[in-house]
Ligand binder design. Structure first.
Ligand code: SF4
Ligand code: SF4
Length: 68
């Protein structure tokens, strides 16, 4: 199964990654602010991830890493 790693402290919650995810499994967390003062993106269902890495490609801040 592909493994998604999100560097939450670098995320600015812009959701560009979520907008391109074909599985719609990326959402902004509404629970904890990161040190930058943003709600970082989280993966809602890791099992549905197909490892396409569209999210990682789209992120302007290189927050997401996808390992196959
Ligand atoms: S690798 Fe693809 S399926 Fe998985 S979270 Fe990123 S965009 Fe969505
Ligand atoms: S992971 Fe990148 S593209 Fe996604 S919300 Fe965070 S900063 Fe934006």
């Amino acid at each position: 199964m592909p493994k998604l790693t999100i560097n939450s402290e670098k995320c600015k919650g812009c959701l560009l990654c979520a907008s391109v995810c074909p599985k719609k499994i990326l959402e902004r967390s509404n629970e904890s602010l990161n040190k930058k003062g943003y709600y970082p993106v989280t993966i809602t269902d890791q099992e549905k991830c197909i490892g396409c890495a569209m999210c990682a490609t789209m992120c302007p801040d290189c927050v997401i890493t996808v390992e196959k």
